[in-house]
Design a protein around this ligand. Structure first.
Ligand code: SIN
Length: 481
């Protein structure tokens, strides 16, 4: 293994080389102790335009390569990421606070999108359609849409990039990546590995800068960018969509969630506790599919609370680089402030904190359980994105479904039951893009990930993942005699 320091870079990667246009730098801090891990040139809108130009120029040649050639380069990138798993996981833990075991898991998870789409690249089939008159031959071709802007969040510094750019690159698009300024190091490290894998200059570009709104604006407003793929908050998704309207840009949006986790009386309680623990506390509750509201049926409520509390007590909070740590710090002070305000609001409305509830310096928040949660509390309607687990009590199946769907969001949902008929009834009524039944972890490169309602549009991963990056061209050959 190399030292992880060999994979830390201080400039953006544009048109095949490390470059900077800015004269000042931003600091990347470790959320565990706020120490500075690295300084990177802090780029802005004008340099994004330069990167877009590079991606635009690289597009025709990349598109012209055979699917097999593109697939081979993607596969080499996958291999390099796996070879450097330990260094990448260390960098990820340092900049995000994610426990090392989870960072290793994310390297595998993120790399799996590259492997999957390297395979799918060769299956980007069009159709032959029966001619609509005897002398016509009709077909469709799937063509890459062009330059793709990928705007990605800090909670999955690697996987949210690969989930977007692997399908784009597989079909022949070129990409400009704008990673979160809180976790740019993993993004730059994998761009370095992309270069080693053999992507030609201009095909993969990564721009680091703190001015998210101006950088996003350039990507959205540029006539040279064909598509924006964004993962982040619903509020920012709405802003980007408005900015994309004048150029009628295509968009994939993976936005906020408010996942219900329903435990019915007939559920296997131990299985439900295991699922709730994993679904709630993965990366300290900081994922879009994390459990936001735990809804437990009356009869099983106390037993579930007893077992769940015991499991949550066993979580170990600390520096993710240390052995056995299962809960790291939150990403920034705003996250701590949100936890505090949500708890104050819940307690004022009758919520009972039975575990945790305290912030710890500099940026930790204890795993917390709140009982007697109700629909008028802030966390019933807003994404917690942190380690607070509110437990709501319900009496009937109808009430559970009504509570579960009482949100503008529609990304992930979960329920536990051993009743076969109920499992069909409930899955059909949940207004969500993803439903986990007796399962709290639902992420994989093989499945279509995405939401309905205010959780966004489009699907990432799976056999559908290429569709977002192609235009269908219909070709009609006439007068064939
Ligand atoms: C997300 O939080 O946006 C992604 C979660 C996942 O891929 O599991």
């Amino acid at each position: 293994m190399q030292s992880y320091k060999d994979l830390i870079f201080g400039e953006s990667f544009v048109d095949g080389s490390w470059q900077h246009a800015s004269t000042h730098k931003l600091e990347v801090k470790n959320p565990v102790d706020l120490s500075v891990i690295a300084e990177i040139y802090d780029e802005d809108r004008a340099f994004v335009a330069t990167a877009i130009q590079a991606a635009h120029h690289a597009f025709p040649a990349w598109k012209a390569k055979s699917a097999k050639e593109r697939s081979a380069i993607l596969m080499a990138w996958f291999d390099l990421i796996i070879q450097h798993k330990e260094e990448l996981a260390t960098i990820m833990t340092l900049e995000s606070g994610k426990p090392l075991a989870e960072s290793r898991g994310e390297v595998d998870y993120g790399a799996s999108y590259i492997q999957w789409f390297a395979e799918e690249a060769k299956r980007n089939y069009g159709d032959i359609i029966p001619g609509y008159t005897a002398d016509k031959r009709v077909m469709t071709l799937k063509e890459p849409i062009g330059v793709v802007g990928a705007i990605t969040p800090w909670n999955f510094p690697l996987a949210m990039i690969t989930r977007k750019v692997a399908p784009a690159l597989a079909v022949g698009c070129t990409v400009v990546i704008r990673p979160s300024e809180e976790t740019p190091l993993t993004a730059l490290a994998i761009n370095h590995l992309a270069q080693l894998a053999g992507f030609p200059a201009g095909v993969v570009n990564t721009l680091v800068g703190a001015n998210a709104s101006e950088m996003g604006k350039e990507l959205c407003e540029s006539k040279l960018v064909a598509k924006i793929s964004f993962t982040g908050s619903t509020r920012v998704g709405q802003i980007l969509m408005a900015q994309c309207a004048p150029t009628l840009k295509k968009m994939s949006l993976e936005l906020g969630g408010n996942a219900p986790f329903i435990v019915f009386d007939d559920a296997d309680v131990d299985l439900a506790v295991k699922g709730a623990l994993a679904g709630k506390f993965r990366f300290g509750g900081q994922t879009c599919v994390c459990v936001n509201r735990i809804l437990v049926q009356d009869k099983i409520h106390d037993l579930f609370v007893e077992k769940f509390s015991a499991a949550v007590k066993a979580l170990k909070m600390g520096n993710g680089l240390e052995d056995g740590i299962t809960l790291g710090p939150l990403i920034n002070p705003a996250a701590i402030a949100r936890m505090k305000s949500m708890l104050t609001d819940a307690q004022a409305k009758g919520g009972k904190v039975i575990l945790g509830g305290q912030a710890k310096e500099p940026q930790f928040f204890e795993p917390t359980i709140v009982l007697e949660a109700t629909s008028d509390m802030e966390f019933a309607h807003n994404e917690i994105f942190g380690p607070i687990a509110p437990i709501f009590r319900f009496k009937t199946e109808e009430e559970a479904i009504q509570l579960a769907n009482d949100t503008i969001y529609g990304l992930a949902s979960y329920f536990y039951t051993n009743d076969l008929n109920r499992s069909w009834r409930v899955r059909e009524q949940l207004e969500y893009g993803i439903v986990g039944i007796n399962e709290g972890l639902i992420s994989s490169e093989t499945v279509p990930f995405g939401g309905v309602k205010y959780s966004g549009q489009g699907r990432e991963g799976s056999k559908y993942g290429l569709d977002s990056y192609v235009d269908i061209k219909y070709v009609c050959v006439g007068n064939v005699h």
